[in-house]
Design a protein around this ligand. Sequence first.
Ligand code: SF4
Ligand code: SF4
Length: 476
Amino acid sequence: MNASREVERAGEPPSDSTLLDAPEHVLSTLENDGSRRWLYPRLAKGALWQRRRALAWFLIVFFIVLPHLRMNGRPFVLLDIASRKFVFFGHTFLPTDTFLLTLLVIGILVTVVLATALAGRVWCGWACPQTVYMEFLFRPIDRLFEGTGGKGGKPKRKTAGLMGGVRFAIYFVLCLLLAHTFLAYFVGTDQLAVWIRSSPLEHPTAFLVMGGTTALMLFDFLFFREQMCLIACPYGRFQSVMLDRQSLIVAYDPKRGEPRQKGKRTEGDTAGNCVDCNQCVVVCPTGIDIRNGLQLECINCTQCIDACNRVMDRVGTPRGLIRYSSQDSLDGKPPKLLRARTVAYPALLLVVGLAFIGVLATKYAFDARLTRGRGNPFQQITPGIITNNFQIRLTNRTETPHTYTIEVMEPADARLGRSSSETVHLQGNETMLVPVLVNVPVSRLGPRGQTAGRLKVRDDIGNEREVTMRLLGPRT
Ligand code: SF4
Ligand code: SF4
């Protein structure tokens, strides 16, 4: 059981409440009777906090600017799920790019796993939008309205009435802005600008999505808060498999700190460096006590490092009782950069990266896939001529409109049927199913009633693609 809670409960008078206490500490945001334990973390303005704040403000601006950035005339990042179109670094990926998208997802996953194996939950504490917005945008607003004094950073005053309304209005405006920024990644800034300028009645679905996203953000930052990291986000749950004993973590050094004891040290005192001031606990935004060891609730925000360093300065003891370290380092073992994970993951990343670049370099300006048309595969309309029924799924992979021509290359005496589309016009990134009829003399088909053939598709800037086909007819 959590040590601080044990003390708390030991001092409590016997209760005649019918509520059952949890037998042990379950969640840092739950009281023993199951009610919500609201956290009011005190701020520790140390050196790490200053670096985090600088990075956080850079990221807040970056998250807003990113969907506006363009490369090759296309958005830098666009996740257009409705049109099933994804743009990364100015390159458009379509659902037909299964291999490329798979490589991209594997690459991102391996990068996350590698970063965690090396630097622990550095993403959670330093760069995750949930942490960045919660700790550097919304909690400062709370501290402004509620004050920061009091034990455990508890508010000096509750915001109710007019002040509560003003605080809610500020939250609402910020969440509205964040929701617009968030949606810009999925619909693009041009579409977003059109929606903003027009009446909601002209785009009711988009308006409802925007309202729903704003409401979800308000729910998250106003109510759910740190529970997003503790309960909802799967990353913390996976950290135990992604970390090893050499991974960088925020850790308390029990060899140096224990036995903890309040007050000044005297000559010959055997107490450890921890003066049991609880400062590392009251600053923790997830409400845990880092002295209990590595916990999945720890988002590596480094607030306990800053708080403890300040205490160490005050009592004249070297800093670093809580510090960036690894489980092996705490056990006195030397750091080991070369280990199974740090060799295997970069090697895998290299293979995936090279494969991605290779496939990207051979990506065509358009896609042409031939399939059989609906109904009979062939029919004989003109005596001596067999007509095969196909369709080509033609995709313009560029952002600009192009015209495509289709011609039969093989067999030499085969021709396109009269109702085939010989030229097709496609807008940028448009896909069209083009019906294609191929006429072939029956004499060309072998005794098994079939022969091989080729079609060529050419665009108006000289790109060509060939597709093979099997022409069928009656057996002779
Ligand atoms: S234990 Fe320390 S690093 Fe971990 S979340 Fe709490 S304050 Fe942040
Ligand atoms: S801040 Fe440092 S000294 Fe104070 S309780 Fe935490 S670990 Fe001990």
